[in-house]
Design a protein around this ligand. Structure first.
Ligand code: IMP
Length: 200
């Protein structure tokens, strides 16, 4: 099945291709000539996810999906949450976001795994034949004291999932990450729905 994934993030695209497997040909907005940043100005992950998928559907009228992720850190009252992409700067700066996150946790004196609990939440919006469908995923864990690992992207170097308490997402590698991740959970649910309802 050919479907557009509303992302310019190469890490996300690689993960989605691995999670969805051989039956899918993923196309990006750039492949379709859409090179501008797709707006994400909503107050919730779901609103952002809808906004990104709708932006593409309104322009191209083809089947597509978008995802939006937030990292919710309990000791910071749920921040960075829906603002995860632009936590430190206005420009998707992974490195600056991690620096700010570690410094905010230090400021509030959260130094143990129990004080640093967090989760990645993910909402996928699928638009198929003009109708919207939603799939959600979550992975529980905590924020490391310092960064470790070079795989993955975004906040992966500081997120330690409960399923692998000794390693950050960036140490686990893509296959293991996908098997437990927020995005893995929502995209597998989407694939199951497509198989049952579209037959692909
Ligand atoms: P968005 O879904 O692209 O808006 O992502 C929001 C923020 O979360 C960005 O800073 C991403 O880098 C980060 N992010 C999204 N997915 C992941 C992930 O799987 N691991 C780590 N960080 C992520």
């Amino acid at each position: 099945m050919k479907i557009i994934f509303a992302t310019g993030n190469k890490g996300k695209l690689r993960e989605a291709a691995e999670i969805l497997g051989e039956g899918y040909e993923l196309v990006t907005p750039a492949d379709m000539g859409i090179t501008e940043d797709i707006p994400e100005t909503g107050d919730t992950l779901k609103e952002n996810s809808i906004q990104k998928a709708s932006y593409l559907y309104e322009r191209l009228h083809v089947n597509c999906f978008a995802d939006d992720t937030g990292l919710m850190v309990d000791a910071l009252g749920g921040a960075p949450g829906v603002h995860s992409a632009r936590y430190a700067t206005d420009g998707h700066d992974f490195d600056a976001n991690i620096v700010k996150l570690l410094s905010e946790l230090e400021k509030v004196g959260a130094n143990t795994p129990e004080q640093r609990t967090a989760r990645f939440m993910n909402v996928v919006t699928l638009i198929i034949d003009g109708e919207m469908h939603f799939f959600e995923g979550v992975v529980e864990g905590h924020i490391a004291l310092s960064r470790n690992g070079s795989k993955g992207f975004g906040y992966d170097p500081v997120f330690i999932p409960d399923a692998f308490p000794g390693q950050t997402m960036a140490e686990l590698g893509e296959e293991v990450k996908n098997s437990i991740s927020h995005r893995g959970m929502s995209l597998r649910a989407m694939a199951t729905w497509l198989k049952e309802n579209v037959g692909e």
